[in-house]
Design a protein around this ligand. Structure first.
Ligand code: ADP
Ligand code: MG
Length: 391
């Protein structure tokens, strides 16, 4: 997938390395993030557009279109977000109770250039200021991915700026680097999104090791399916989160699945158990207290997520945990994990809600760390709908 670094990329790195060396003395050693951030403080700045952009700062343009959000972000030195434009299609897909792939692709085509132009304008930069382009190439819906990828390739070719492909899930994890500018690997991450539930060891900026994953449904998928069964709407996660605040989390004892299977998860059992409960109560003619069901379901899911993540951190000797993905917005997950992390003297980081759900800023951060490790892709980069972390 990756090609050897092109001539223009070599020139780029030579220029940047020279700049950073003159600014700091020794840089681009083992810990590049440190080098870049400390070098940044030393070098003089000049104004480009409306923003203060260092001569030696790296400006990233990132594009995300893996599912139902078209997004473009501009970042400075990987962690400073100058703009993060997100055009969501939720209102369109709501009518169908889930994302319709064909509709998603068409909407990405309509939105992509507007979103990119908007991101540049909000950041106060032009394409001339941009040093490199980053794009999600998987996992996701193939038609949706191809829109962002084709656009990014076209932009890279037209402007002669290097292109780096990014794994969407690695992007979710990297949202934590934006949230906490001092965060450094290693740490353990719980990735909980609409399509994935993983416990991942983040060994280095570009080095991941999956130690646990769901054997069936993702946790976000379980939230969405349970919400649909209760006719709450789409996406279900935020609606269950809100409704659960009015309910009793111990009203119904739903199963805590796979508690003995290492760091792996299973959510299809609890989902079926909620559906069975709803059906049997209906057949008995009992009125269903939706808030109680939402609170009890959420309690069961968050119990398993928290216990397994804390166990992984403790057993593997990590001192901090990060949360990532859309379900990391869940208020009970955050509270419960915080309480358990405190009890075990573990640090906890989670991104603000806008950085938890799909956005291009997190993709930009992931791409920046690949780029400074000279990971450049060529025009042969293709969408990989089932891309795995670390591929
Ligand atoms: P993907 O990358 O797989 O498309 P996202 O990272 O965008 O998924 O997350 C979307 C998922 O997050 C949806 O399943 C949604 O229901 C869930 N979600 C969003 N907010 C919350 C919340 N507050 N509580 C639980 N789940 C949530
Ligand atoms: Mg996502």
């Amino acid at each position: 997938m990756e090609k050897s670094v092109s001539k223009s990329s070599v020139d780029f790195f030579e220029k940047k390395e020279a700049g950073l060396k003159s600014a700091k003395g020794d840089v681009l050693g083992s810990d590049k993030a440190d080098a870049f951030s400390s070098a940044k403080e030393d070098i003089s700045t000049k104004t480009k557009g409306n923003n203060i952009v260092n001569d030696e700062s790296i400006i990233t343009l990132a594009i995300e279109s893996s599912c139902d959000e078209t997004s473009c972000a501009i970042l400075k030195n990987g962690r400073e977000v100058l703009s993060n434009i997100i055009s969501t299609q939720i209102d369109i897909h709501k009518k169908f109770g889930g994302v319709v792939p064909e509709v998603a692709s068409r909407k990405h085509v309509e939105n992509i250039s507007i979103v990119v132009e908007d991101a540049l304008e909000k950041a106060g930069v032009t394409m001339d200021d941009v040093d490199h382009i980053v794009v999600t190439y998987g996992p996701g819906l193939v038609g949706a991915l191809l829109v962002g990828l084709s656009y990014a390739k076209g932009l890279s070719m037209a402007t002669n700026k290097p292109l780096t492909g990014v794994n969407h899930i690695e992007g979710h994890i990297c949202a934590n680097y934006i949230q906490d500018r001092n965060l450094k690997p290693p740490f353990v991450t719980l990735v909980v999104s609409g399509g994935h539930t993983h416990i991942v060891e983040v060994l280095d900026y570009n080095k991941y090791n999956i130690i646990g994953k769901t054997k069936d449904d993702a946790s976000g998928e379980a939230f969405d399916k349970v919400a649909r069964a209760m006719e709450l709407g789409y996406p279900g996660g935020p609606l269950i989160d809100k409704l659960a605040k009015e309910g009793n989390p111990h009203a119904v004892e739903f199963p805590r699945a796979n508690m003995n299977d290492g760091y792996n998860f299973s959510f299809s059992g609890i989902k079926s158990s909620v559906l069975n409960y709803l059906n049997s109560e209906k057949m008995k003619g009992n009125e269903i207290n939706k808030a109680d069901v939402a609170a009890s379901f959420q309690e069961a899911v968050t119990d398993v997520l928290c216990e397994k993540t804390i166990k992984a951190a403790m057993e593997l000797g990590y001192d901090k945990i990060a949360l990532a993905g859309g379900v990391a917005c869940n208020s009970q997950l955050r509270e419960k994990m915080k309480k358990m992390a405190d009890e075990n003297n573990l640090g906890l980081i989670y991104p603000s809600p806008i950085l938890c759900t799909d956005n291009a800023a997190m993709i930009g951060t992931a791409g920046y760390y690949r780029f400074i490790n000279k990971r450049i892709d060529g025009m042969e980069l293709n969408a990989v709908p089932n891309l795995k972390i670390g591929d």
